[in-house]
Design a protein around this ligand. Structure first.
Ligand code: SF4
Ligand code: SF4
Length: 170
């Protein structure tokens, strides 16, 4: 099916001559090029992946699970995160523990990062600050899809470089 484009503005003779507009476009490109060469420190683009941009506070990156001070998993397997997750990408299996303060914890905890839409609802829903998305890791591309399905051990070890996987509000 053919569509007709009804241009409201008519082109001037200068614009219809084509070549002047080409020259004007090249002049704009040259101006940006020269400015970027002279003022390299003011460039907007960065040399990715050698350079990384500073992520804004609250950026939702890959998940991590938090630990208690004794090193055990902080998650009590309440299932709130799995219930609220719009992608259904969290799977949790619970187990009972002898400690009456805890009662339950996650025996297995799996997040399929391929299905995750990084909405952050799991973090919001968690009543015990057991899951966070502050790792700063966002380059989750892989040739092998199975490497992006994170199990409990990977999530417990997924801290951002220099950060502590223990919750500050234990
Ligand atoms: S960020 Fe959103 S989509 Fe991803 S696991 Fe959490 S609730 Fe599910
Ligand atoms: S991570 Fe939080 S919300 Fe999810 S099951 Fe564990 S304690 Fe509940």
């Amino acid at each position: 099916m053919a569509y007709l484009i009804d241009r409201k503005e008519k082109m001037t003779l200068w614009e219809r001559a084509y070549l002047p507009e080409i020259i004007r476009g090249m002049a704009i490109t040259a101006r940006h090029f020269i400015r970027n060469v002279i003022f390299m420190d003011r460039r907007i683009t960065i040399e990715y992946p050698e350079q990384k941009k500073q992520l804004p506070a609250g950026y939702r990156a890959e998940h991590r699970l938090m630990k208690r001070e004794d090193g055990t998993i902080r998650c009590t397997a309440c299932m709130l995160c799995a219930t609220i997750c719009p992608s259904g990408c969290i799977e949790i299996e619970a187990e009972e523990v002898a400690d009456p303060q805890v009662e339950k914890r996650a025996k297995s905890y799996i997040i399929n990062e391929l299905r995750c839409v990084f909405c952050g609802l799991c973090v919001e829903a968690c009543p015990c600050d057991a899951i966070r998305m502050d790792t700063g890791r966002y380059e989750n591309a892989s040739f092998d899809r199975s490497t992006l399905i994170y199990a409990k051990d990977k999530l417990l070890d997924n801290s951002a470089p220099g950060s502590n996987s223990l919750s500050a509000s234990l």
